[in-house]
Write a protein that binds this ligand. Sequence first.
Ligand SMILES: Cc1cc2nc3c(=O)[nH]c(=O)nc-3n(C[C@H](O)[C@H](O)[C@H](O)COP(=O)(O)OP(=O)(O)OC[C@H]3O[C@@H](n4cnc5c(N)ncnc54)[C@H](O)[C@@H]3O)c2cc1C
Length: 364
Amino acid sequence: MIAKRIVILGGGVGGIVTANELRRRLPRDHHIVLVEKNAEHATTARQLSFDYLVLALGAELASELIPGLREGAFSFYTFEETQRLQGALDKSNGGNIALVVSALPYKCPGAPHEAALLVADYFRKRGLKDVSVHLYTPEPQPMPVAGPQLGEAVKQMLSSKGITFHPLHKLVSVDAQHQTLAFDGKDPVRYDLLIAIPPHRGPRIVREAGLTNEAGWVPVDRFTLMTKHEHVYAIGDITAIGIPGRWKPDVPMMLPKAGVFAHVQAEIVAHRIADEINGIVPATEFSGAGYCMLEAGEGLAGFAYGDFFAEPSPRLELRDVGRAWHLGKVLFEQWWLSPFGLRKQVLHFALTLGAKILKIPVNV
Ligand SMILES: Cc1cc2nc3c(=O)[nH]c(=O)nc-3n(C[C@H](O)[C@H](O)[C@H](O)COP(=O)(O)OP(=O)(O)OC[C@H]3O[C@@H](n4cnc5c(N)ncnc54)[C@H](O)[C@@H]3O)c2cc1C
């Protein structure tokens, strides 16, 4: 047997799952190399040859694309930014809170609505009365990819918490000094605290390698996840995967950028590569199915399941907001992000939850 080298670029959700799946499916003779730029993982600048390549580099955040955004806005799209935002919220006396989706596409279609609901919940808990939370987005409705029914349900969730939803607002610039937002074709908006989802773009490496489409994302076969180059796959946020129906006049709708898809795609790609190396014709394909739990604040969450490859347009199912979905999401995240394994995390979760219910102050 000739040993193969599989190189995975990016050690986020997609990259780590791919590496783990491959290690499980392939004999030890084959080399699996995971390259990650963050300090927690190995990072070196050198040339690597490969038999198979998996691009799992995610999306780059590019605040600098909108003048004044970096200076004027807080965000929650990296750990450090989330810590800064927490500090700003704690110091805030309320007023006009503007949450802005600064450009499309962005990862996690539910994130801005969840953030608005959680921020409103945060101020309510602090007992501040003079607070108005506004959500601005260039989209015509919440999560247009999920269809009008889900959009309407999210709009109702927002308005039930007193959050004003402003569709079709394309951010042009931020005047940090005068705390003012400029939107394309709209009146300027004053804010007291600005929380923005920064513009996203495909990573520089793949743009410069000529692997991207005009929008800067990597097109792949939507079932096999292979790029235009044989043995080169792309998964997760870096990809451009068209979905049926719900087309703008000339722009196809894209599969949302979400960890749930990165995870499944990683498993599919690992399966296909391992099969090929093991001499089996790969048959596993990505189905376009995924789900999302939408945090609603007050310990509640909603649940949506979607079949995004369904014809003539994606098929979505909704479940009512409830505590079980919130607890399910917390548990799932504990398992998903855990480096120590499910059992330890379940134990941790059960202890924390039990301690909360019994009002026991513990540090587990
Ligand atoms: C606030 C927030 C909430 C979210 N909530 C949900 C949710 O509830 N459900 C859900 O499904 N998804 C959610 N997501 C989206 C989810 O996190 C992403 O879709 C998922 O992480 C994408 O996985 P990925 O592997 O494609 O990219 P990432 O997980 O972003 O991994 C990419 C990795 O590549 C590395 N990298 C980049 N460039 C280089 C380089 N040049 N060299 C080496 N390494 C490099 C990065 O450091 C990173 O570790 C959320 C995202 C955010 C920001």
